[in-house]
Design a protein around this ligand. Structure first.
Ligand code: 2AM
Ligand code: CA
Length: 276
């Protein structure tokens, strides 16, 4: 039986808001620790996840969950939570105020509800399957930009496998064909900004399920489209995310194909540049 995500939204918003308040109380006060080479974590990531997980386990004890900082419950429940207790950890750790809390709830393999809260701007994004997306309670919609040449886009560069990430080539080529690309450091917020029309599209390589679970639902419920880089439907395991206002999707897929096949505009070398 399909389950409505809507009834979960209010408790999810409360949870994200409380976790966001916790993050703000620690902002500027925590030390950087390392999970890997340039993969940062802070006490704030762990404290936020602990609070969220305790509350979920209390309110919905039979639900499964997956949290970025290691929380796992796998009992075969129909319900599964995806928790990013702090998306934008590198920003947070450096005192750069772009980060959020991201929560999504899945039922029988379908994401039915998602909330993303930016505590620095007090912006609460929420969406439930089939019922649209909202920012602070007001309906939001993707942009109406028709052409890449008139668009503002976003991308990101996860710390994981950064020596093998080809995204800088995509960054370069799409920069030449658009109004510009922002790289703010929180994939969940980037997806919200596509959903509310601040960006016309977003893409990223190598994301994890907790980075995308809520944001993809947000974009889809706001009238956008999300696929992998070949145009196949987005899957939570796919790691590639291309999210657009729908209108730009075909043009961006074409650009990606060109770049993957090596048809790119060159850059001047440093010595060419210096020679004028
Ligand atoms: P995080 O802050 O929760 O780690 C930046 O481009 C985006 O990539 C952020 O959303 C960031 O989420 C995510 N990110 C950073 N390191 C990552 C990793 N090792 N694997 C997947 N995503 C990562
Ligand atoms: Ca995180």
């Amino acid at each position: 039986m399909p389950v409505s995500g809507q009834s979960f939204l209010q408790p999810m918003r409360e949870l994200a808001q409380d976790a966001g308040a916790l993050l703000m109380s620690l902002f500027g006060k925590v030390a950087i620790e390392y999970k890997g080479d340039a993969d940062l974590v802070t006490q704030a990531d762990r404290a936020s996840e602990k609070m969220i997980v305790e509350r979920i386990r209390k309110q919905w004890p039979d639900h499964d969950l997956l949290g970025e900082e290691g929380s796992r419950t796998q009992t075969g429940s129909d319900f599964r939570w995806y928790i990013d207790p702090l998306d934008g950890t590198t920003n947070f750790a450096h005192g750069y105020p772009v980060f959020c809390v991201s929560l999504a709830l899945e039922h029988q393999g379908k994401r039915i509800a998602g909330v993303i809260y930016d505590p620095t701007r007090q912006e609460m994004f929420s969406a439930s399957l089939g019922s649209g997306a909202q920012l602070n309670g007001k309906p939001i919609h993707v942009s109406r930009t028709l052409r890449l040449v008139e668009s503002l886009l976003a991308t990101g560069f996860p710390s994981h496998k950064r020596h093998k990430n080809p995204n800088i080539h995509f960054y370069h080529q799409i920069t030449l064909r658009s109004h510009g690309i922002r790289r703010a450091g929180s994939a969940a917020l980037d997806l919200c900004y596509v959903a509310c029309g601040r960006y016309d599209a977003f893409w990223e390589f190598n994301l994890n399920p907790w980075d995308t679970a809520a944001g993809v639902l947000m974009v889809e419920e706001a009238g956008g489209k999300v696929t992998n880089f070949s145009g196949a439907p987005f899957s939570i395991e796919s790691r590639q995310v291309l999210a657009t206002n729908t209108l730009l999707h075909t043009e961006l897929l074409h650009e990606f194909k060109e770049i993957f096949e090596g048809r790119v505009e060159g850059l001047p070398s440093v010595s060419e540049y210096l020679a004028g």
